[in-house]
Design a protein around this ligand. Structure first.
Ligand SMILES: Cc1cc2nc3c(=O)[nH]c(=O)nc-3n(C[C@H](O)[C@H](O)[C@H](O)COP(=O)(O)OP(=O)(O)OC[C@H]3O[C@@H](n4cnc5c(N)ncnc54)[C@H](O)[C@@H]3O)c2cc1C
Length: 414
């Protein structure tokens, strides 16, 4: 048992119940908890519900009688040898033979991390006939490219891609492995992590290197976005993280950069898959791909109703923007989910983000605060959105937005 109560020591003081954040401990009669037949002496003892307990250990130090035994990771397993792991790797996602921009963003970040670790950056590219994409990867940060090509690998498939990445990690032992938090990336890298018994921090918004310990600091919103948690993975390698599209900045291409191509072939058995790719269907969502837009006009609860989004659509039409929305607007059914910006929607980083009637809660901000220019229109001068805004307009959006459309129409016509 990973955690247990020593019934002989427990006095039923209930301190552990108060300390447990998961409501996993309760008091029971000693006889009930030990499964023994009844006796005249009945005393309450703590009992842990293992279905609720996540072994966080919060109950252990509060027990003054040392009646709770938690088997720590160090005691229960031998930690793997992490010596010899070196280099920062990036999974290079491709679709239809074209490298996706999230890979360039990750290579840019990987270069920054590698400089602090004094090591190299490698891209891992799986596909078919990818030669025309290799230079750009090197110009944008890859020192090496591990290239695995075959007709069977032209399109992403979970099992073959996972098997290849596992083999590559086992052979070359990277210290850090980054992947885009895209539909493909999320599906793939979690499978890789479980196979190589490494940890994985999903949806990081910040990555850095601890200057003393030289380990990866992986920052991401936690507890519904109310805090930013920095997560470390000191005992396992590689340290693995996913990062959403548009969170990191790509490097400017440097055509003088030189890199090494390392071709790998693991034989036909690696292509085996329990699933079969039948067809690739263009996403309808891509029609409103706010993640790629240069300008976004977004509306929140302050829009009051679905019909009012037409004033945002008009402004968007005039200035060539896409329309985004806060979760409050999406949850109210005023806009489809594909337009939602934020922690549980899209992460965007346009040149201009115009937030109309959006208060600026942290879950919204994490999805748009990398925008170059943020314009906030809100009638509440204390709205948190103004803290991140480049330009703030305090006022009624129903007057300001139509006035902006009118002015832009006049100006752009000239
Ligand atoms: C786990 C989790 C995930 C979440 N994910 C997301 C997410 O992905 N995206 C997201 O957006 N939210 C997300 N949220 C919700 C988030 O916490 C906020 O509730 C939400 O962002 C609020 O939306 P809002 O700013 O439109 O509404 P409100 O907070 O209600 O703000 C409305 C604003 O409109 C202003 N206003 C009203 N009328 C006018 C007017 N006429 N003119 C000008 N201003 C006006 C008000 O002053 C106010 O500031 C998430 C929450 C949780 C717990």
């Amino acid at each position: 048992m990973p955690i247990q109560i020593i019934l002989e020591k427990c006095t039923g003081c209930t301190l552990c119940i108060k300390a447990c954040p998961f409501d996993a401990i309760r008091m029971m009669d000693k006889l009930e908890s030990s499964g023994l037949a009844s006796s005249s002496q009945s005393q309450k003892k703590a009992v842990i519900d293992l279905n609720k307990c996540n072994l966080c250990g919060a109950c252990v130090p509060v027990c003054k009688l040392k009646a709770i035994l938690l088997e720590t990771e160090k005691a229960s397993c031998i930690l793997p040898d992490i010596k010899g792991y070196k280099g920062v790797w990036v999974f290079v996602e491709q679709k239809n033979g074209k490298v996706q921009s999230v890979a360039y963003e990750l290579l840019g970040k990987a270069q920054e991390l590698a400089r602090k670790l004094n090591c190299q950056v490698s891209g891992v590219l799986i596909g078919n006939n990818m030669d025309d994409q290799l230079d750009e990867l090197i110009w944008r940060g890859a020192d090496n490219i591990y290239l695995v090509e075959a007709a069977e690998l032209a399109n992403f498939q979970d099992e073959p891609y996972t098997n290849i990445l596992v083999k590559l990690v086992q052979k070359y032992k990277p210290e850090i492995f980054l992947c885009g938090a895209t539909a493909i990336g999320r599906s793939l890298i979690s499978r890789v992590a479980i196979n190589i018994k490494a940890g994985l921090t999903a949806d990081c918004t910040g990555l850095d290197i601890d200057p003393d310990k030289k380990i990866l600091l992986q920052t991401r919103p936690a507890f519904g976005g109310n805090i930013m948690a920095t997560i470390i993975s000191p005992n396992y390698r590689p340290q693995m993280a996913t990062v959403r599209h548009k969170v990191m900045q790509p490097m400017e291409p440097d055509k003088r950069r030189k890199g090494k191509i390392i071709k790998e072939n693991f034989g036909p058995n690696i292509y085996a898959s329990r699933t079969k790719l039948i067809d690739i269907v263009e996403e309808i969502e891509s029609l409103v791909n706010i993640a790629e837009a240069d300008i976004i006009v977004s509306g929140g609860r302050g829009m009051v109703g679905a019909e009012n989004f037409k004033i945002l659509e008009e402004l968007a039409h005039v200035i060539g923007a896409a329309v985004g929305a806060s979760r409050a607007a999406v949850d109210s059914g005023w806009m489809p989910y594909s337009h939602q910006v934020g922690q549980t929607g899209r992460t965007v980083a346009p040149k201009i983000y115009i937030a109309c009637g959006i208060s600026g809660q942290i879950q919204h901000l994490v999805g748009m605060q990398s925008s170059k220019i943020i314009v906030a229109i809100n009638k509440d001068p204390d709205a948190p959105i103004f803290k991140v805004a480049t330009y703030g307009v305090v006022g009624d959006l129903f007057q300001i937005v139509p006035a902006l459309s009118k002015k832009f129409k006049e100006t752009l016509r000239k």
